[in-house]
Ligand binder design. Sequence first.
Ligand SMILES: Cc1ncc(COP(=O)(O)O)c(C=O)c1O
Length: 392
Amino acid sequence: MINNFQNWIAGEIKAIKSKNQHRVLTQIDSGMGPEIIIDGKRFIQFASNNYLGLTMNKKIINSSKKILESYGTGTGGSRLVTGTSNLHYELEKKIADFKSTKSSLVFSSGYLANIGTISAIMSPKDIIFSDELNHASLIDGARISKAKIVIYKHCDMKDLEKKLKLVSIRKNIRKMILTDSIFSMDGDIAPLDEIVFLSKKYNCITMIDEAHATGVLGKKGSGASEMFGVEKKVDICMGTLSKAVGSVGGYIAGSKKLIDFLKNKARTFIFDTSLPAPTLKASIDAIDIIQNENGPRKNLHKNILNLTKFLTEEKFDFYKNDTPIIPIIFGSEIKTLKFSKLIKESGIYIPAVRPPSVPKGLSRIRITLMANHTEKHIEKLKKVLKKIKKFN
Ligand SMILES: Cc1ncc(COP(=O)(O)O)c(C=O)c1O
């Protein structure tokens, strides 16, 4: 039996390798700044979602340290038992203010926020309209809920409306439109104004995932819902504390009733040990910085403009977005792996992204920019990209 099991695993791994889709972990022996240490060697990295560089912010580190000394390393319980501290309340109040909603709820991760929320609200008799490029956590949440899932073409509002029309006559079902606001692998932005319009027209619940937009888009950095001016029209706004906020955790922002409901029904909230205090403090301070200092966000957007101008001029096959996620498409897995390796040999770390993270034939290197990448870092990246282009 054990041998059969081990043989089965070996066969599965062989199959993954034969498709050039085998993944391994890269050990990083440093903090997550623009420069990192791998195997004793320094690399400039363009691969982190730490968009504002806040994971290494001295002020945040110092205040988290103080909290660590008084509150300790863990909470020893779920939110409904011993796991809710004053810092949870402070953070949830801060997020609600940041997102211009009445209330918010913090989960241990963005993934858990998504699967817990969707599965608490939607049931097998309901229908979820889901963008074809939505993040795995939205897909998994929809699957766990057992609702019928209708996939619409990526950001295609005509296709979404066509599909909404087909079911609009059915009564007594809940319908939800589910979308990333910035798509994690393509880096483009969902047309939230049109999505909200269709959602109201067809009486749907709107749920958006602001994982990559939190701290990045909008004048006060609260996300794409702020940028489109639809904060008050989105029913469920999810985000993470693990990307631009530089800490860890996920949140849902919405009405007081929604949050009360999730406290009672979201299984990933109820049956999960809560986040430790230093992490909560880091998120509180980071959101403070995002709200009150627009310097880092301005720098990030300056870096985005700088790199996309270069990629356009050099005619790279890339997705041009006004976001820090900039994918350069190579197509096959093997070609992407080759270029990622060449880039690494030049002292820059950008891993290859392959199926199942992206569709077959669209393997890519996914460049992510940070506010504290200097001009020198970006010039080096340009030089390396120009050099490897010759091998294409
Ligand atoms: C769009 C999107 N949603 C949700 C998540 C999950 O968030 P977390 O990493 O906080 O679990 C991610 C993370 O990769 C993401 O990219």
